[in-house]
Design a protein around this ligand. Structure first.
Ligand code: HEC
Length: 92
């Protein structure tokens, strides 16, 4: 009985996980929805930008996202945004 329930759960959630991959495009959409209210993309390219490493970028995105932006992203979504910012602007 329990096994049946477990199997049904697995079948229902499988397609969701299959699509849930890190994606630069998805990262860009999420970013543009939530992250352009306070600063434009210029903060990522300004000369005295504060983020100097990939790790710092990850921390900064997490801080901005959980604090001011109130974006409730999954781990994968957050990483998609980090990936997008790194590909487009930071290039670590
Ligand atoms: C409520 C305002 C607000 C929102 C919304 C916001 N941020 Fe920020 N963010 C800031 C402030 C303030 C700074 C610091 C700017 C400074 O140092 O001049 C900052 C800085 C940053 C930096 C560092 C830039 C550098 O110097 O290299 C990154 C990266 C960043 N934000 C990402 C994000 C992301 C991703 C989101 C969306 C989840 C987001 N921000 C949403 C306020 C915000």
């Amino acid at each position: 009985m329990k096994l049946t329930v477990l199997l049904i759960c697995l079948i229902c959630t499988a397609p969701v996980y299959a699509e849930d991959k890190i994606s630069t495009k998805h990262g860009e959409t999420l970013h543009d929805e939530k992250c352009l209210n306070c600063h434009t993309s210029k903060v990522y390219t300004r000369e005295d930008r504060t983020v100097k490493t990939l790790n710092a970028l990850s921390n900064q995105v997490n801080n901005c996202m959980k604090g001011p932006a109130k974006a409730e992203w999954t781990e994968i979504e957050t990483r998609s945004v980090i990936h997008y910012l790194n590909q487009k602007f930071y290039k670590f």
